[in-house]
Design a protein around this ligand. Structure first.
Ligand code: ZN
Length: 194
């Protein structure tokens, strides 16, 4: 066994151990590590249950923790995951520059327990119009040359699009609005309505 294989095995064992420990608290059996240059930068376990957050997969939690230390560019990092990554986590790995992922248990092994994401992979491989999710572009007038993208590139502030919309059209129904305002107060100096 080479040194790298030994390291891989050790990191995977740790990910599996985290996954096992997570079930004690009612969590799902998934754990993950972000490793760079042989060092564990961050760990994560599936926290969907604890956080009531459907995106709190072990890999996502580990990526977020690693990014707190390293910033959003996670190049030179490897993820070790107890289970086959789902499409969301795999996309997050691509977008954050993660260079490699090593996982222990396959989707096939997870399927009998209802823990496989193979069906989502299959759905995403289909054209938009054949997917379960309704996906449609509702193109604005400047769709071919978005003003907000140009303003971002040029370092200017773009207000025209917001001004063109009536607050009544974009406002959420009152119960949702009240809840949102209660939980996330609008910063002083920023008005949500004219
Ligand atoms: Zn995932």
């Amino acid at each position: 066994m080479t040194r790298d294989q030994s390291l891989d095995d050790g990191f995977l064992e740790l990910a599996i151990s985290l996954a096992g420990d997570n079930t004690a608290g009612g969590g799902r059996p998934f754990g993950a590590l972000v490793v760079r240059d042989g060092w564990v930068i961050a760990t994560g376990v599936n926290e969907i249950h604890a956080r009531q957050d459907p995106t709190a997969h072990a890999e996502m939690v580990a990526i977020r923790e690693a990014a707190k230390l390293l910033g959003p560019d996670l190049s030179r990092c490897t993820i070790y995951a107890s289970g086959h990554p789902c499409p969301m986590c795999l996309a997050a790995m691509h977008l954050s520059g993660i260079e490699a992922v090593r996982y222990a248990y396959s989707n096939e092994a997870a399927a009998p327990f209802g823990l496989s994401t193979a069906a989502v992979y299959a759905d995403l491989a289909r054209p938009f119009h054949e997917q379960r999710l309704s996906i449609a572009q509702l193109a604005p007038a400047d769709a071919a040359d978005p003003a907000i993208y140009r303003a971002w590139r040029d370092g200017t502030v773009h207000h025209a699009a917001a001004a063109a919309r009536s607050p009544e059209r974009v406002a959420a129904p009152a119960p949702f609005r009240q809840r949102a305002e209660r939980r996330w107060p609008v910063p002083a100096g920023r008005k949500t309505r004219p």
